[in-house]
Design a protein around this ligand. Structure first.
Ligand code: PMT
Length: 402
């Protein structure tokens, strides 16, 4: 597993380093955090320790009973040093070889490629001293993820805001030679549950959190695809760099998917769509005083089946959430819905399917080729699904991913 040293320096955007860390871990990278003392004023090392599951390196003189010097062995282990956010102060130290803290010492000690993502006030970013330091670093082979323009913490509007997390993670992936095998593709992913209203307060739904679909969308984005995510109601934030279309009911999902699927070369339906909806939703709250009642249900459109009927050259991937006869049920759905691939997950198993961050599945292709993916993070499963789709698209013959 590749090792990334994530340098965090002292500015308001330091909290975004947590999201960068998560994004890097999503790529299957081992992330270790090095903070400056100023960064500690904004985010505590405990947060990074919990997220990275490694001690955080702040003070080069601190000893934990051993003679090991992190600036030597971390520097040697590293495949990449990424500093996000990078302040004017740290950029200046890097440019001039000043090693007076853990991070600036590591910078001098490592042979790994270096990326900096600067963040600072607009006047500081435009200062000739900072510009000159950036040029020195570029000339030395350091990659710079340019800051964006927008509202800055100081209240000004201008250039200097930390680049989008997705852009920083993509820069790290590119520098590490990660895959870009979906570049140029437009893909549509569905995620989450649907809600079928009974009355203004109640609905029929299921336990889907949306995580599986969101990880698929993020993985496709990081491999270069343009992604539309049609999402049922979830608590998840819209992933940066992805067009999210929010829907509530199965019929809404059907309309949005149908309107967008024509432009997509790949459609993956990870959403848990309600098969039925109440025949009539009451416009008013149903009263208990009316006594026991029956709910009449009508069938929702089978979105995937309808897409399969007019499939064309599009690659169509479905999921099968089963509690028994996993393989047989999934194969039936694969054929009935004219799919290229089905991801069969046995949701009766612990850690599999709904809600959590893990899943396990069998990927079954239309030609019968089946691959079992044991329990892993939803991001890793997403990567394996895209590996398989890339093979179906003839973009690669390789399925393994470091
Ligand atoms: O969201 P998470 O908490 O991360 O959970 C992930 C998951 C369990 C929801 C996911 O891994 C999963 O299995 N998704 C599909 C759930 C499902 O509805 O399976 P199904 O076997 O009922 O449907 C088969 C396929 O047809 C699915 O791709 C589904 O999106 C699609 N379908 C189903 C019904 C319908 N009316 N229209 C559809 O398009």
């Amino acid at each position: 597993m590749a090792v990334v040293l994530l340098g965090v320096t002292g500015c308001v955007a330091a909290y975004k380093a947590c999201e960068v860390l998560r994004g890097l871990q999503g790529l299957g990278l081992d992330v270790r955090v090095v903070m400056t003392a100023h960064a500690e004023q904004f985010v505590g090392p405990v947060t990074f320790e919990a997220l990275s599951r490694h001690p955080v390196y702040v003070n080069p003189f601190e000893r934990n009973g051993g003679a090991e010097m992190p600036h030597v062995h971390w520097a040697t282990d590293a495949d990449l040093l990424l500093v996000a956010p990078a302040t004017a102060n740290t950029l200046g130290k890097f440019a001039h070889g000043i090693a007076d803290d853990a991070l600036s010492t590591l910078y001098l000690a490592t042979q790994a490629p270096v990326i900096v993502a600067p963040a600072m006030n607009v006047a500081m970013w435009q200062h000739p001293a900072v510009k000159a330091n950036i040029e020195v670093l570029r000339a030395r082979g350091v990659s710079v993820v340019e800051p964006g323009t927008g509202y800055l913490a100081c209240g000004a509007i201008g250039e200097g805001r930390l680049a989008e997390v997705s852009e920083i993670v993509a820069a790290a992936a590119a520098r590490l030679g990660a895959k870009s095998d979906l570049a140029g593709l437009m893909v549509l992913v569905t995620a989450g549950p649907t809600r079928e209203p009974i009355d203004p307060m109640r609905f029929i739904s299921n336990r889907s959190s949306g995580r599986m679909g969101y990880r698929l969308a993020e993985a496709a984005r990081d491999r270069g695809a343009q992604v539309v995510l049609v999402s049922g109601p979830t608590a998840l934030d819209a992933p940066p760099g992805i067009e999210r279309v929010c829907v509530t009911t199965a019929e809404e999902m059907y309309r949005e998917v149908e309107a967008r699927a024509g432009a997509a070369q790949v459609v993956i339906m990870a959403a848990a769509v309600s098969d039925y909806r109440p025949a009539e939703a009451s416009p008013q709250k149903l009263k208990k005083s009316a006594g026991p009642r029956r709910l009449d249900l009508v069938e929702n459109p089978d979105i995937l089946k309808r897409l399969g009927e007019g499939k064309g050259s599009r690659v169509l991937v479905g999921f099968a959430a089963e509690t028994q006869d996993l393989f047989a049920q999934a194969q039936r759905k694969l054929v009935e819905k004219h799919l290229d691939l089905i991801v069969a997950n046995d949701v009766s198993q612990p850690g599999v399917g709904f809600e959590g961050e893990t899943n396990a599945a069998v990927l079954i292709a239309a030609d019968g080729h089946a691959v079992e993916i044991p329990l892993c993070s939803k991001r890793v499963l997403a990567e394996r699904i895209w590996d398989r789709v890339a093979v179906l698209l003839g973009r690669t013959t390789q399925e393994s991913r470091a």
